[in-house]
Design a binder for this molecule. Structure first.
Ligand code: OAD
Length: 258
């Protein structure tokens, strides 16, 4: 554990955000930790309990779609019971109040959009999902993608969801290991990061590329990176400021005052 964020660090960060033209808020699993959504690489994280190659690769789905769907159905059920926390709400208020904020998330839990809706905002293209969404499905046959929040019966291969148009098997519309990220979102995210004067990186280990390149793109273009994370990460060396603490605890104070 490193030193907790002090008041002068928070004030410096506020000033950077207030003066910036163009802000990217880049989030990872840590922003949802205080909602009860498990992160991936912390000691009690998802990848300590499950093997990614068994649940999060196209090969795993091809080999045993029922098993993979069972895992995603369980994650959907857990997350459907979670609520956005003060960090999601603070980001939603901040983004709704300015016209130069882009939220780029690696998360598939839908909590940013739920917080935005509660703030009376429809973020549209200002909220970019790099790793897809747990609550969308894509047809393995025709490629059609749609929102689907219904619970999935993964008790047998026959009960798995199928496409209304072509009858093909539906899969979770998330990015698995070895797959490309959605091209339009990725391009828009890098464009926003390069144009931003500040990238606020919240709750990410910054280990998974290409997403982890987003804050670095801001830094390389001359902007400042502010990190919010209780621990030092792969990004800390490139950050102008690292605020050590939980997102739900730090962001309302930081963003409401910016
Ligand atoms: P990780 O699990 O790798 O990192 C979570 C980060 O959140 C760590 O740096 C923690 O220190 C931090 N953290 C924990 N609690 C926090 C809190 N209360 N407030 C702020 N930060 C906190 O998650 P990601 O960086 O999101 O990919 O992982 C990136 C990608 O790896 C995920 O999108 C997923 C995974 O494999 C796909 O599913 C494609």
């Amino acid at each position: 554990m490193t030193e907790p964020a002090d008041a002068s660090g928070v004030e410096q960060a506020r000033r950077l955000l207030r003066d910036a033209r163009g802000v990217v808020v880049f989030t990872g699993a840590g922003v949802s930790a205080e909602s009860g959504v498990p992160t991936f690489r912390d000691a009690d994280g998802i990848w300590a309990r499950f093997r990614p190659e068994e649940v999060a690769t196209p090969q795993a789905f091809e080999h045993d779609p029922r098993f993979v769907w069972e895992w995603y159905a369980m994650r959907r059920d857990v997350i459907a019971r979670c609520q956005p926390n003060p960090a999601h709400h603070a980001i939603a208020r901040f983004a709704a109040a300015r016209d130069d904020v882009t939220v780029v998330t690696q998360n598939v839990d839908g909590l940013h959009e739920r917080a935005a809706l509660e703030a009376g905002d429809e973020p549209g293209g200002r909220l970019l999902h790099l790793h897809g969404s747990l609550f969308h499905v894509r047809c393995t046959g025709c490629g059609r993608e749609e929102r689907s929040a219904e619970s999935v019966d993964a008790s047998s291969a026959e009960t798995l969801p199928h496409c209304d148009s072509c009858g093909g098997l539906l899969r979770p519309a998330v990015v698995w290991f070895g797959e490309m990220l959605p091209e339009r979102e990725l391009e828009a995210a890098f464009a926003a990061a390069e144009a931003a004067q500040v990238c606020l990186a919240v709750g990410t280990s910054a280990l998974v590329y290409p997403a982890a390149g987003i804050p670095l793109a801001t830094a390389q273009a001359g902007g400042a990176v502010i990190e919010v994370n209780p621990e030092a990460t792969a990004l800390s060396a490139a950050a102008r400021l690292s605020l050590r603490g939980g997102a739900g605890e730090l962001l309302p104070d930081l963003l409401d005052g910016a």
